[in-house]
Design a protein around this ligand. Structure first.
Ligand code: 6GU
Length: 233
């Protein structure tokens, strides 16, 4: 799987791929990345990439000229092209799994007030929002999508961690503990030290249900009937 990102700040995106789990996946050849600087496609001597919106209003909009050239240079018309924007459809684990099946995806990192609609009409397959808040940096939302997708690629992360974590079964993950057994007077729950796997599994499910009911009543409503006989109190 190759991630191609178009950005005004290539060094920000490169830093992500050079670090931690992403760097290991790149090193092992599981994922590839292409980082393309939109500014390299500017045509005037100031390397202008944005301008005020027609019709007035605050902020700046990315010019279609340089961005269109950058998209052409990566063959965006023949590839799944995603534009992360707060006005997109919600990004979900299900959509991440769909993207993980592609051999290459192109992501446009916007800035300011966004990008020219004609670029969206011509090149963009999906407009995706990562949540109900506004980030100023499109790189962070694009990399959020990259991170959610690349960890689903075969071999990047163990199947067990994928299965056990939040969202794979519609529940939030249970609390985790590691050494020491007592930290600042607070003990690790006894059951986790018992070595009794069935009891540990049951405790974890109960904690997951409690947490989901409290933090995410929307998720809880969907899975409640499945666990009705289990109880959370
Ligand atoms: Cl995808 N981008 C930006 N800039 N802000 C956001 C977002 C995306 N999703 C929620 N807020």
């Amino acid at each position: 799987m190759t991630f191609t990102l178009l950005t005004l700040f290539p060094e920000l995106v490169e830093a992500y791929f050079a670090t931690s789990i992403a760097a290991k996946a790149v090193e092992r050849g599981l994922v590839g990345h292409r980082v393309v600087g939109i500014r390299d496609f500017a045509t005037d001597r100031h390397a202008t990439c944005d301008d005020a919106p027609y019709g007035g209003g605050a902020g700046m909009v990315l010019l279609p000229g340089p961005l269109g050239l950058a998209l052409e240079s990566v063959g965006a018309s023949e590839r799944r092209t995603v534009y992360p924007t707060p006005s997109g459809r919600p990004f979900t684990e299900r959509y991440a799994r769909e993207l993980a099946k592609e051999t290459e995806i192109v992501l446009i990192c916007g800035r300011y007030e966004g990008i020219d609609q004609r670029i969206i009409d011509k090149y963009v397959d999906d407009e995706v929002s990562i949540g109900d808040y506004v980030l100023s940096s499109g790189e962070l939302s694009a990399l959020t999508i990259v991170d959610a997708v690349f960890r689903l690629i075969e071999g990047v992360i163990s199947g067990e961690s994928l299965r056990e974590e939040s969202f794979t079964d519609g529940l939030l993950e249970y609390p985790q503990y590691t050494r020491p057994e007592v930290y600042e007077g607070a003990r690790v729950p006894e059951v986790l030290l018992s070595g009794h796997h069935a009891k540990i599994k049951e405790w974890r499910l109960r904690e997951s249900l409690k947490k989901t009911r409290s933090y995410r009543p929307d998720l809880y409503a969907r899975i409640e009937s499945r666990y009705r006989d289990f109880g959370t109190d």
